[in-house]
Ligand binder design. Structure first.
Ligand SMILES: [Zn+2]
Length: 247
């Protein structure tokens, strides 16, 4: 496990050194200014990001409302939400950009974060893909926006998943049968959702090649040592930071 986390790069081996991307573990501390203990958050971010060659003051952060809006961001958005949550880009759960040295950030505890990379442009995306956003196909919207903004070809896009709660632990109510009929497993009358599979299928439906999608397979709920988990610890738990930047 620790070996897997050493690099923390969900796109390892696929990026040829042109981008930096990573997610923080529990040992890095809480990264959210809106959830969990906010003391020391900026210091936690500074330490984690400086190891990646990223200035924590430059972070572009989203309000993260579990919606389906994906925004193109550029230099004028630099530092949005980096020091104060209220300055985050409002009503947004996904970013795309082609601007170098502009670090995109998302904060999660159980929700999947999906990293997107178009090596041709180059361009990147970072999507907070909880179940509500996935129900609205936020990943389809992200791919479409990369296509219209950057002329990205979906078959050339590379995607990576950070750790998230997996079907081993993600029990949901019966109404989810109507939302995700093909990705639910029933065990002893209970329903478990494989949200990463939902996201993967949405990417493939948007034109990505399966071999260009990689994931850690790590479950944030199973591994309390390495990850925060909303399901395990409640809403006041800390948040991990997912970050991606074109170098
Ligand atoms: Zn699990």
């Amino acid at each position: 496990m620790l070996k897997l986390l050493k690099n923390n790069n969900p796109l390892e081996g696929r990026t040829e050194g042109r981008i930096t991307c990573s997610f923080s573990t529990r040992a890095c501390g809480n990264m959210s200014l809106s959830y969990g203990n906010s003391r020391g958050v900026l210091d936690n971010r500074r330490k984690f990001l400086s190891n990646l060659g990223i200035d924590y003051i430059a972070l572009v952060c989203a309000e993260q409302v579990h919606g389906t809006n994906v925004r193109y961001v550029n230099q004028t958005d630099e530092s949005s939400g980096a020091l104060v949550y209220d300055n985050s880009i409002p009503n947004t759960d996904g970013f795309i950009t082609d601007v170098r040295n502009l670090p995109l950030a998302m904060f999660t505890a159980d929700c999947p974060c999906v990293f997107l990379y178009d090596p041709r442009k180059p361009a990147i995306g970072l999507i907070h893909a909880g179940w509500r956003s996935s129900k609205g196909n936020i990943l389809g919207q992200a791919v479409e926006l990369m296509r219209s903004k950057f002329n990205s070809r979906p078959e050339g896009l590379i995607a990576g998943f950070g750790p998230s709660i997996r079907s081993c632990c993600y029990e949901v109510s019966g109404e989810f049968r109507g939302y995700f009929p093909s990705e639910l497993t029933e065990k002893s009358g209970r329903f478990y959702l494989d949200l990463a599979l939902v996201n993967k299928r949405q990417l493939i439906a948007s034109g990505l090649k399966e071999e260009n999608i990689s994931e850690t397979g790590l479950c944030t709920h199973c591994d309390s040592e390495d990850f925060f988990s909303f399901r395990r610890e409640g809403k006041d738990t800390g948040r991990s930071l997912s970050v991606i930047m074109i170098k």
